[in-house]
Design a protein around this ligand. Structure first.
Ligand code: PMP
Length: 454
């Protein structure tokens, strides 16, 4: 009686979902950092438009015109939300991962990329995949000042253009996350941007975790690009954004070749094909665009703006304080942090529980308390290993054995929340953690497949 029955024709069956009974929220989704639930306003906007969608930039009919307007207006809404400058472009992508891979693909030949080892794999890995780009990985800093110093030092060690030049030669890019998907901690973005620019480098901000929780102003932060995903910003439907400086985007080959990216295609007399590519964002958006995804992001941006980030941030601070105070009462729980307990953060916290395998602990939260969290290394393996002090050769996400009391855990548990999270959900989470720690032995989570054996 604590579930709803949902018919899912694609599965060929109805499923029981532990969600809502008689108006009471039963299932607590505390995994916003992975994917946040869409706002009601977003569902309503999308539902109102969904029966009328048509092809974008490809049709003379009314629905095509409507969809093209909606798609392009969504771009403008998002540009306003991000505080874009006049020469910025907003490119629609599939996700943050896609956005950062797109940026890696358009880097000028010979670009030096500087990235902290603490990044999410989406912002850590794309650069080295690009031929002709050199990557410098920076060690995890333990303070904001150390982060800025580390970056400055690395940038200063680049080759100068000529003796006496303060600005170094060749294009350079710094990539940094705004808020960690592991610890929720904020990074000193403004200071890192100033350091990058002082040394002639550009900077891209991975805002996947920052954008849903914090006002984001590309011009005020003075970053060159931002990347984020709709599904973490309370808008589902597989869309993301790369926004920022147009020049590198405009002068590079298209990310995908195809219709929509090309303005004119003609056969040459020698039998080949000449292509004139668009110089707008369309250059990197070949194929039929995801208009519902773009519209959902724009709708979420409007909803967040109307709710007001002052209100959202203040509410999130309350939730963070509630969770932290609760966890502080459990000595077996260790909250992970790079910059120290008092570092400003968004509603994302990872922790380990002495004597517990984190995967089993997360499974118990789901099975026994209807609480959805995440366990593992959160696509940020070097960071989590640094935080846990474990060895790079450890088994990793899967199959990590439980640590005996006093030993180091090999993976962690992450709880994350945001707009719309009720007090009841975080209170239930804290209660559940306390109960599992004191009375967990009454369930056995140590079967290989993580099943709960009463
Ligand atoms: N960067 C950060 C900081 C993230 O938290 C995530 C998602 N966990 C990503 C990038 C990748 O986002 P997506 O999976 O939507 O591409």
């Amino acid at each position: 009686d604590r579930s709803v029955c949902v018919p899912l024709p694609v599965l060929g069956r109805d499923v029981l979902v532990p969600l809502v009974t008689g108006g009471e929220a039963v299932y607590a989704a505390l995994d916003y950092a992975a994917s946040a639930p869409a706002l009601q306003r977003v569902w309503d906007d999308v539902a109102a438009y969904a029966p009328y969608y048509g092809s974008v930039h490809r049709g003379a009919g009314y629905l095509s015109q409507l969809s093209t307007d909606l798609f392009e207006n969504s771009r403008t809404t998002i540009a306003d939300f991000l505080g874009c400058r006049a020469d910025d472009q907003v490119v629609f992508t599939r996700s943050t991962t896609d956005s950062l891979n797109l940026l890696a693909a358009v880097l000028p030949q010979g670009t030096r990329v500087f990235v902290f080892e603490t990044e999410h794999h989406a912002s850590l890995l794309p650069w080295e995949q690009r031929a002709g780009v050199e990557v410098t990985y920076l060690n995890a800093p333990r303070t904001h000042d150390e982060a800025v110093d580390t970056l400055e030092k690395a940038l200063a060690e680049r080759e100068p253009c000529s003796a006496g030049d303060s600005v170094k030669s060749g294009p350079a890019l710094v990539c940094v996350t705004g808020a960690s998907n592991v610890t929720g901690e904020l990074w000193p973005v403004r200071e890192l941007a100033a350091a990058a620019h002082a040394h002639g480098a550009r900077i891209v901000l991975d805002a996947a975790q920052l954008a849903p929780h914090h006002p984001l102003d590309i011009a005020e932060l003075d970053v060159d690009w931002v990347a984020f995903s709709g599904h973490k910003l309370y808008a589902p439907f597989g869309a993301g954004v790369l926004a920022g400086r147009a020049d590198w985007l405009r002068s590079a080959d298209p990310y995908l070749a195809g219709g929509g990216a090309s303005r004119k295609v003609s056969r040459r007399t020698d039998g080949g094909v000449d292509v004139e590519w668009h110089t707008t964002a369309a250059r990197h958006e070949a194929g039929s665009p995801n208009v519902i995804g773009a519209y959902a992001i724009a709708s979420a941006c409007q909803a967040l703006t109307e709710a007001g980030f002052d209100t959202l941030v203040a509410r999130e601070r309350e939730l963070i304080a509630r969770v932290r105070a609760g966890l502080a009462e459990v000595p077996e729980v260790k909250v992970l942090s790079l910059f120290g307990d008092d570092a400003p953060r968004v509603g994302v916290l990872s922790f380990v529980v002495d004597g517990w395998n984190s995967s089993h602990f997360a499974a118990a939260l789901s099975a026994e308390y209807g609480i959805g969290v995440r366990d593992g290394l959160f696509c940020a393996h070097p960071l989590v290993r640094t935080l846990l002090g474990t060895d790079p050769q450890d088994p990793g996400e899967c199959g990590a054995p439980e640590a005996a009391p006093g030993e180091r855990s090999l993976n962690a548990i992450r709880v994350s929340f945001g707009a719309g999270t009720p007090d009841e959900h975080v209170d239930r989470f804290v209660r559940a953690v306390k109960e599992l720690v004191t009375d967990g032995a009454r369930w056995n989570y140590r079967t290989e497949d993580g099943r709960c054996v009463p």
